[in-house]
Design a binder for this molecule. Structure first.
Ligand code: AP5
Length: 218
């Protein structure tokens, strides 16, 4: 299985990518997670990426393309992968195509997650994350057992700096301008499938899994 999860911030790509990765034993490659890890570790790449991320802007293409190229070379991807949050520009999509072709492989499918803007803002503004184990919660839809505390490791939960109202607005604008053109890009290549991601997590996953099972390598 070699698939891309495309969609605006907060539609639930990361949540579904985690479930798919566990269910189908494929690698999850999330550029957002990789960049946040670099920021936490204070690497030069992380220091460069931080201000773009805090303001909801895209990190330069060359940086994220390099990250994904390295990950795709990893043996963890030999059983397939879910790309979460990459590509996000037409240039990134073209580069991805070139990297995959150089390996003699291609994408099976690109899933375009769709949720109303109102729900997106609600999902993002209610998200809380664990700074230690990176578990994700939601104040209304996936609340932790103890208020403000991670169920997994007991660490106090935090709000992502880019989940504040002004950064959410910038991210949605950036999505419309730079990422939404990928819907047409992949549709023209007959790779695009729509995903109604408006329902509860388990319902979205059930519907998605049914389609993804077609691409599972046995
Ligand atoms: P990234 O981390 O990729 O952020 P994003 O794409 O904006 O996506 P999110 O993680 O915000 O949302 P999601 O769709 O994964 O939703 P989630 O499942 O978490 O990127 C962050 C930043 O890094 C970017 O702004 C940019 O600066 C940089 N970056 C990353 N990739 C880049 C690239 N390729 N190029 C350049 N820059 C890049 O769910 C959200 C919330 O909703 C959670 O609380 C969850 O519990 C809840 N939820 C999920 N599903 C449901 C559901 N079905 N019902 C109710 N609640 C739900």
């Amino acid at each position: 299985m070699r698939v891309v999860f495309l969609g605006a911030p907060g539609v639930g790509k990361g949540t579904q990518a985690d479930l798919v990765s566990a269910q189908f034993q494929v690698a999850k490659i999330s550029t957002g997670d990789l960049l946040r890890e670099a920021v936490r570790n204070g690497t030069p790449l992380g220091l460069e990426a931080k201000s773009y991320m805090d303001h909801g802007k895209l990190v330069p293409d060359a940086v994220v393309i390099g990250l994904v190229r390295d990950k795709l070379a990893d043996t963890a991807c030999s059983n397939g992968f879910v790309l979460d949050g990459f590509p996000r520009t037409v240039l990134q999509a073209e580069e991805l195509g070139m990297v995959l072709r150089s390996k003699g492989i291609e994408l099976d499918r690109v899933f375009n997650f769709q949720v109303s803007r109102e729900d997106i803002v609600r999902r993002l503004s209610g998200r809380r994350s664990c700074p230690k184990c990176q578990a994700t919660f939601h104040l209304d839809f996936a609340a932790p057992k103890v208020d403000g505390t991670c169920d997994r490791c007991g660490e106090p939960l935090m709000q992502r700096s880019d989940d504040r109202r002004d950064a959410i607005e910038t991210r949605l604008q950036v999505y419309d301008e730079q990422t939404a053109p990928l819907v047409r890009y992949y549709d023209e290549r007959q790779l695009l499938s729509k995903v109604d991601a408006s329902g509860p997590v388990d319902v979205v996953f059930k519907n998605l899994s049914r389609v993804l099972a077609t691409y599972q390598v046995t």
